[in-house]
Every structure is written in C-alpha cells, then in structure tokens.
Write a protein that binds this ligand. Structure first.
Ligand code: NAG
Ligand code: ZN
Length: 507
C-alpha cells in the first residue's frame, strides 16, 4: 500500500481496525497516521514547499504559535476568538498580521464597490469635495448627494452643505468622527448595539443608502474607484472582481450618463491604474442587482446586462443578486429570467444565513442548478452533503468573507465558521472581504488573519496560505491567457516575498 492509500484506509476504518492493517501499526503509529491523513486531505495539505518556503513557514509558525499561546493564557488577548471590533487593535500590533500584509494575496473575488473603500478616506477626501450635501429622511437617517436638485431620497429635511455644517460645528474633528459613523458599523459593544441579524443589517443597508448617491457623482466616482484600487494594491492584492451596483453617474451640471458610460469610466480608471502599476492585473465587473426587485425589473436588468456584456466582453464578466438573503426573494422566484444569463456569467450569493432549509439556505441548491460559477458566502453549505459534494467535484469555489459573516452576525467566534470544515474537506474556497470599508478593515489582510489564526488548524501555516492565494487566481474569471500571466506575476511576487522574509525585512 502506498503511504497515502494507507492513510486513507486508516482514516476510513479509524483506530478500531488499526491492528488489522497490513503493516500492523502500534496504537501510537495509527494515531499519528490518522492525524497525518487529515492533514494531507485538507486544503494545502499536499503542497510541497521548497526549502526556502519551508524556512519561511518555520518562522511564520513561531509567530503564529506564539500569538496563539498568548491567547490561551489571556482571553482578552485572544484575537483569533474575538469580534473584529475588539480584536483590531491587537491584530494591528500582530507580527502574523504584518506578514500577511506583505504577503502577495492574489485576487479578491467578492467585494462590493460602494463599501470597499475605507471610511477614513471617505471622510477625509470625499466628504471634503466641494458641493457635498446632506439631508435626513423621516427616520432621521442621513442621505448624501452632490446633486443640485436632490431627488428620490425620501428626505423630509432640506439639504444642507456638509462644508457649512462642518464650519459651523464646535469642533470639525468631532463633526468628522460623527460623519464617519454614517458609513462605519464600528462600535465597542457590537453585541449590545446589534442584538440581532436584522438590527445590524438595517444599519448596514442604511449605510449603502446614505453613501451611494454621493459616489455616483462623476468626480467622486473617479476618485473613489482610484482609491479602491490603491487600497487593494497597497495591501498586495493584484486583481479584483467587483460587484457593482447598477446606476447612472451624474455630474455637476446635472447631466447623467447611462450605464454604458459608467463602464467606460471604470475601464479608463482601470487602464490608467494598471499602466502606472504594472504588477497590478486590474479589475473585472460583476453586475449586482438588488434581490428585492420585482421579476420584471430583474428581467429588464438581465437584458441590459447582456447588452453591456456584449459591449465589454472582457470586462463585464458576471451577474449577481445582492441584499439580505433572509429578507429578499429567493433565486427560485427568478429562475425563468436567470436562465437567460449566458453560461459562465452567474456568480450568485447563496446561503448567507443561519437558517436550515429556509429559502436563503435553499438558494444554494438553486445556485448550483443554475450552474453558478462561484458561490457568494455559502455559509450554510456545510448542512448539505450532496451540494457540498457537487461543489467539490464541479470545482465551484465558495467565496468566504470571514469578517463580514462575523460583523453581520452569522457567527460570533470565527473558530466556529463553517470554512474551517471546508478547509478540512478541501472544498474549494477563496478568501474575500465583502465590504471592508464599512467595518474599519482595509484590503484583504484582516480576513486572511482570521483564516489562518481561527479557521485553519493551529499547526498549519504557509501551505494553507499559499493554496488560498493561488486558488484566487485559479477560480477567477480571468481568461486562460490572463490567468497564465497572473500566475507568472504571482509566482514572481511570491518569490520576492519569500526572499524578503528570509532577508529579515518582513518580521
Ligand atoms: C447547467 O449546465 C448543464 C450542463 O451544461 C445544462 O444541461 C443545464 O441546462 C444548465 N442549467 C441551466 C439552468 O442553465
Ligand atoms: Zn456580498
């Protein structure tokens, strides 16, 4: 029997039968064999590290185990088990985190444009742009816009200029802090402020409603998306597939630009950014439509998507439905229109729920029957053995958003996130950030921190990280040729990173 076959045999039979194995193992040998078998079967378990990578792994593991040990000794230092809002100061000081920031992370395949940029930048730059207005609706919620004739915001108050409010405030820095709260879920006591999924989702949805119209002002749109790329690039992310909302842009004169021109803008921003940063591969677009819309609206948007996709075949690559799944309409209600989407262009959110067999959970089944290319979240997938099997054999990557799932209340302690199981079973996953700007994150490194510290086994390091990084290119919508180039770049950056670690410039 080959070593792996023997391990598999053992892991199937487990220890009761170990004595009957051909090699007559001792109890200790059998025990060790099962542990090794599990390690080999998991994501990254079969990667052979080169000798320089193995040295880096040893260094990394020293730090990882050191930080975990600190967490065992002291619960209030145990970032891996803590809510991100409480853990962030610890993570910012962590050596593991510093390593992850420097590590090339490949692609981020699930991120929503209007919540991707750090709230700090929005306050410091976007809110200082000339002409920004604010009003409040009947519930006292703020809405931001640059439109001269603000409309359809449901505001009951007059619009006021943000610049005037700030000038008239007692302390502009306090004004800015309050402004940032409009677009950031941070609170020192999330368990008290957001007792339920619905309470946090209401506030979260409200942040999109507060900010989105301001972003679609042409000068803001350009600056915002440039910053989005900067933040990814600075975090060593090389490529992104952005879920973008489907809207028109407007300018200072009140002119509006149809979606075709929005794409032209995005493409121009992307081209310029890639020209200035040759090691950045760029972005592609997944059109995201609100899942609460009626079927006629979605039919119309699917048809428009098809038109836009034909005009930008290598830029617009997918279609998705967004919004709280527990509340929105299930995929099943839209089957007749979603079937019109070209094959290979379906990237559905599915199973972002704690419920078992509710419609949001069954979305997983419909996403698979609709031949989705990847699954957004797939949080509930572990409850469906047949679906999990299909995902594995059809190599449909699950887009895991650790901090999002925690902040939006699906799981408190990320060691209990189902992705730990997906790693163990080698279900294809990619690590994503979802809406980092709305919860004080930036780029992708914070999410990677939880993956390696909370979800992966304590004793696993670089092999898991490397497979996840390379998976992000493998499961992307890049064409085969683009993928080859992305792999080459990634290999090069990866090697440089390994060299840097060994030269002592990372730790
Ligand atoms: C999914 O793909 C299979 C195999 O290509 C095809 O037979 C089926 O019609 C597709 N389903 C949908 C809903 O597009
Ligand atoms: Zn999402």
């Amino acid at each position: 029997m080959s070593q792996l076959k023997l391990l598999l045999f053992l892991s199937l039979q487990l220890t009761a039968l170990y004595a009957q194995t051909p090699n007559k193992l001792t109890y200790e040998q059998a025990r060790q064999a099962v542990l090794s078998a599990e390690e080999q079967l998991m994501t990254g378990g079969r990667i052979e590290l080169r000798s320089d990578e193995a040295k880096v792994d040893d260094l990394f593991m020293q730090y990882k185990l050191g930080e975990l040990a600190q967490g065992y000794r002291n619960a209030d230092q145990n970032a891996a088990a803590m809510h991100f809002f409480k853990a962030k100061p610890l993570i910012d000081r962590s050596t593991v985190f510093k390593f992850l920031q420097q590590m090339p992370k490949g692609a981020v395949l699930h991120v929503h444009n209007t919540a991707a940029v750090s709230s700090r930048w929005v306050v410091q730059t976007l809110s200082y742009m000339t002409g920004l207005l604010r009003c409040t609706n009947a519930q006292g919620q703020s809405r931001l816009s640059f439109r001269r004739a603000p409309r359809e915001h449901g505001c009951t108050s007059q619009y006021v200029a943000v610049a005037d409010e700030r000038r008239n405030s007692l302390d502009p820095s306090v004004y800015d802090e309050n402004f940032e709260r409009l677009i950031n879920l941070y609170t020192p006591v999330p368990e008290i402020e957001y007792p339920t999924i619905t309470s946090v989702w209401d506030r979260f949805q409200n942040m999109f409603d507060a900010l989105t119209d301001a972003i679609y002002y042409l000068p803001a749109y350009r600056a915002y998306h440039w910053q989005l790329l900067e933040e990814l690039y600075n975090d060593n992310v090389m490529y992104a597939e952005l879920r973008i909302s489907f809207r028109e842009i407007y300018d200072a004169s009140g002119r509006t630009f149809p979606r075709m021109q929005v794409l032209q803008e995005l493409q121009a921003i992307n081209d310029k950014f890639v020209r200035l940063h040759p090691s950045f591969v760029g972005i592609k677009i997944i059109f995201a439509v609100w899942r609460g819309s009626g079927i006629d609206k979605i039919r119309e948007l699917v048809q428009e998507f098809i038109k836009l996709q034909k005009a930008y075949p290598n830029f617009v690559v997918g279609f998705d439905l967004v919004g709280q799944e527990d509340k929105g309409k299930p995929l099943f209600e839209y089957i007749s229109v979603l079937q019109d989407l070209p094959p290979g262009m379906r990237f559905f959110h599915a199973g972002e729920t704690n419920w078992y067999s509710a419609s949001a959970d069954i979305n997983l089944l419909d996403a698979l029957l609709l031949n989705t290319t990847r699954i957004g979240h797939g949080f509930a997938l572990a409850k469906h053995p047949l679906l999990m099997n299909a995902v594995k054999t059809r190599q449909i990557a699950v887009e895991i958003n650790p901090i999002s799932n925690q902040v939006l209340h699906l799981v408190q302690d990320l060691r209990n996130h189902p992705a730990a199981q997906y790693l163990a079973l080698d279900v294809p996953i990619v690590i994503c950030s979802d809406d980092p700007g709305f919860w004080n994150a930036k780029g992708l490194s914070y999410d990677f921190y939880y993956v390696i510290m909370s979800m992966a086994p304590n004793n696993m390091g670089l092999r898991v990280l490397k497979s996840l990084v390379f998976n992000s290119v493998r499961y992307s919508a890049l064409t085969e040729l683009e993928q080859q180039r992305a792999y080459q770049l990634l290999e090069k950056n990866w090697q440089r990173f390994i060299d840097n670690v060994l030269q002592g410039s990372v730790f």
